[in-house]
Design a protein around this ligand. Structure first.
Ligand SMILES: C[S@@+](CC[C@H](N)C(=O)[O-])C[C@H]1O[C@@H](n2cnc3c(N)ncnc32)[C@H](O)[C@@H]1O
Length: 271
């Protein structure tokens, strides 16, 4: 009897989840249908800093205005647990890179290479040179809130790059705190922090990233919108983890300018 009740409960929860997902897809499709103007990066900065509005604009841009190769890349990583994140993130990365043209890019926490291969693909399509470095344990090391597959990460990442015909990235194996010199001395134009989600690790990554970025350089902090106004109207869209969200709350305003929040990603600029 208990088993039947548990199965019934799981069925209702699953149906509710898929139901909400379907309603959201329908809603965004309608919005995309009636939206005829692709907003520029500067237009998006002006959407009143309304986080829900900004997120919706990128969902629409992804569906209606972004190039097909961007969606093909995302679709590939959506399959078989190859990547995390959301469609709207592919769209904002495209706008961000198109707008700032970062040359030296660092990702902390690579997993299977979705984001670094996206950067490389955007660089190739925009026809400019990028140097891309990823620091990651390249094994299944997790943290308080995450656990990962046990696979050969290095081989997998390189195969994923090859699949899209991209130049190999530089992969540095290990935890970010072991490679703090690489972060600190990199003169980076862009750093994306998406490694450990434990509060103290994120604080250290942020501190070192500040030194490693050029003035005017861009920092993206993943999983950090739990304590912000981001609350998408319908969906269960992920708002972040406690560690990075707390670190984002504590950002020093004399060091960082807030540029934009897209879902659980927050984009900052070094002052
Ligand atoms: C959420 S996944 C990253 C997803 C990736 N950014 C993407 O866009 O596909 C987090 C990754 O960080 C790695 N990681 C965990 N602790 C780390 C640390 N202290 N330094 C660097 N990477 C870490 C994990 O092994 C995992 O590969």
């Amino acid at each position: 009897m208990a088993k039947i009740i548990i199965n019934l409960k799981n069925f209702v929860l699953k149906t509710k989840f898929y139901g909400i997902d379907l309603i959201e897809k329908f809603f965004i499709n309608i919005l995309s249908f009636v939206c005829f103007r692709n907003l520029s990066w500067n237009d998006l900065l002006g959407v009143n800093r309304n986080r829900n509005g900004v997120y919706r604009k990128f969902q629409i841009k992804y569906r209606k205005f972004d190039p097909i190769w961007l969606r093909e890349h995302r679709n590939f990583f959506k399959q078989d647990s190859r990547g995390f994140g959301e469609d709207a993130f592919h769209s904002y990365w495209f706008s961000l890179i198109e707008n700032y043209k970062p040359s030296r890019l660092l990702e902390i926490g690579v997993y299977r290479g979705q984001t670094i291969s996206l950067w490389a693909l955007i660089g190739a399509k925009l026809n400019y040179e990028m140097e891309i470095v990823g620091i990651s344990p390249l094994d299944n090391s997790g943290d308080e809130v995450s656990s990962y597959l046990d696979i050969d990460y290095e081989r997998d990442i390189l195969e994923n790059f090859e699949r899209f015909g991209l130049n190999k990235p530089t992969l540095i194996k290990g935890f970010s705190k072991v490679h703090s010199d690489v972060i600190r001395n990199g003169e980076w134009d862009l750093i994306y922090i998406d490694g450990s989600h434990d509060y103290l690790d994120v604080k250290i990554d942020l501190k070192i990233a500040y030194f490693g970025l050029k003035v005017g350089g861009i920092l993206v902090l993943d999983d950090s919108s739990l304590y912000t106004s981001f609350k998408p109207m319908i969906s269960n869209t992920f708002r972040g983890h406690p560690g990075p969200s707390r670190a984002f709350l504590e950002i020093e305003e004399n060091k960082w300018k807030f540029i934009l929040g897209v879902g659980h990603n927050n984009i900052l600029q070094k002052i």
